[in-house]
Design a protein around this ligand. Structure first.
Ligand code: AKB
Length: 317
C-alpha cells in the first residue's frame, strides 16, 4: 500500500469488522483507516469513525470523497439465519450495498474492493468433502443465493469494467474479540463464552454437524493477504475457496472438556441445523494457496488454546 492509500471498512462494528479495522489501523496508521457502521462503536477505537449505512449511497460517496478513499472492505451483510427471517432486507443489504461500491470503483472513485463470500454459496447438491473451487452451487438460503449472485456481479464488473474486486469464501469464523450475529456457525463462538461463564451450553446444531471453520486471526491474514497481493496473482474474480480445518459440535465440546472437565453440552437442533446440513464438511483451497500464497497459521488445537487463553483473561479466570 502506498502513502496515498486510504481504507474504508464498511461494517466496522461486526464480528470481522471489529478485528479487521483494528488490525488495519495498527498496520497503516489511524489517519489512514476509516470505519463506518450504522451505529457508533461502543468501545474507543484506534480509527476514524463515520456513521453510515452501505445503502445510503450519497453519504457513502461524501465519505469516500472527504477522505480520498482508495480501498474499501465491504463487510456489512445479513448472515444465513437472520436472512431467512427477512428475505427482502437480506437481499437488499447484501446486493444493493455491493452494487453501490462496485459502481464507485467503475466510476474510478475508489481503486480496490474486498467483498466476502461464504461457504453458503454451496448447497445440498455440492459434494460434501474437500469441495473444489468450481463445483455445483445450488444454495438453499437467501444468504447463499445473494453471495452466489454477488460473486457473479464481482466477476462481471472485473471483466466488463476492470474493477479490482477481490473476494474470499469465508468458512465459519471463530474469534474471542467480537461476537457474531445472525449466522449458523455462531455456536462455535457462543460455546466458549458459555463454557467459561457457566460450564454448560445448549447447542442449536446436531452433535455430528461437521462444518469448515477458521480462526479469526487467519481470516484477517487471508483478507489482508488477498488485498495486498500483486494484481497479476489474482486469477479468480468470483471468490476464492479458503480453508483451515473442520469439526463438529461434539468434537469442539471434547476439546473444551480438556479445559473444564465438568463442562456439559446439550443438543437442541433448530432450523439452523437444516441450513448447516446444506453446507459442505470441508473445502479444498488449492487455488488460493497456488495463486497468492495463502496458508493458515492455526489448526483446531492451536485455535482452542489461544481462545481459552484470551477469554480466561477477559473473564478473570
Ligand atoms: C453464517 O453462519 O451465516 C456465516 C457463514 C458461514 O458465512 N458464518
Amino acid at each position: 500500500m502506498s502513502e496515498k492509500n486510504k481504507i474504508l471498512v464498511i461494517g466496522c462494528n461486526g464480528q470481522i469488522g471489529t478485528v479487521l479495522t483494528n488490525t488495519l489501523s495498527k498496520k497503516y496508521g489511524r489517519d489512514n483507516v476509516i470505519g463506518s457502521d450504522i451505529a457508533k462503536p461502543t468501545e474507543p477505537t484506534n480509527f476514524i469513525f463515520e456513521a453510515c449505512s452501505v445503502l445510503d449511497k450519497d453519504l457513502l460517496l461524501s465519505i469516500i470523497k472527504k477522505y480520498n478513499i482508495t480501498d474499501v472492505y465491504l463487510l456489512a451483510a445479513y448472515l444465513s439465519a437472520k436472512g431467512e427471517n427477512n428475505i427482502s432486507k437480506a437481499w437488499s443489504l447484501n446486493m444493493d450495498g455491493l452494487l453501490n461500491i462496485l459502481n464507485f470503483a467503475k466510476d474510478k472513485l475508489i481503486q480496490k474492493i474486498f467483498w466476502p463470500s461464504s461457504i453458503a454459496v454451496f448447497g445440498p447438491t455440492t459434494p460434501k468433502v474437500n469441495v473444489e473451487q468450481n463445483t455445483i452451487m445450488e444454495p438453499t438460503t437467501i444468504y447463499g443465493v445473494s453471495k452466489l449472485a454477488g460473486e457473479s456481479l464481482c466477476n462481471y464488473y472485473y471483466k466488463k469494467f476492470g474493477v479490482d474486486v477481490r473476494s474470499l469464501r469465508y468458512p465459519g469464523l471463530i474469534g474471542w474479540q467480537s461476537m457474531p450475529g445472525g449466522g449458523t456457525t455462531d455456536y462455535a463462538v457462543d460455546i466458549f463464552h458459555e463454557a467459561i461463564k457457566n460450564r454448560k451450553y445448549t447447542c442449536f446444531l446436531s452433535p455430528d454437524r461437521t462444518l469448515p471453520m477458521m480462526y479469526m486471526a487467519d481470516a484477517i491474514k487471508a483478507t489482508i493477504g488477498i488485498m495486498t497481493a500483486p494484481i497479476e496473482k489474482i486469477k479468480i474474480r468470483t471468490s476464492y475457496n479458503i480453508s483451515a480445518f473442520h469439526f463438529s459440535p461434539e468434537e469442539l465440546a471434547t476439546k473444551i472438556e480438556l479445559y473444564f472437565p465438568e463442562f456439559k453440552i446439550n443438543y437442541s437442533p433448530d432450523k439452523r441445523d437444516l441450513l448447516a446440513s446444506s453446507w459442505p464438511n470441508s473445502i479444498d483451497d488449492q487455488g488460493a494457496r497456488n495463486d497468492w500464497g495463502w496458508s493458515p497459521n492455526y489448526d483446531f488445537n492451536k485455535m482452542v488454546d489461544d481462545i481459552m487463553l484470551n477469554l480466561k483473561k477477559k473473564y478473570n479466570q
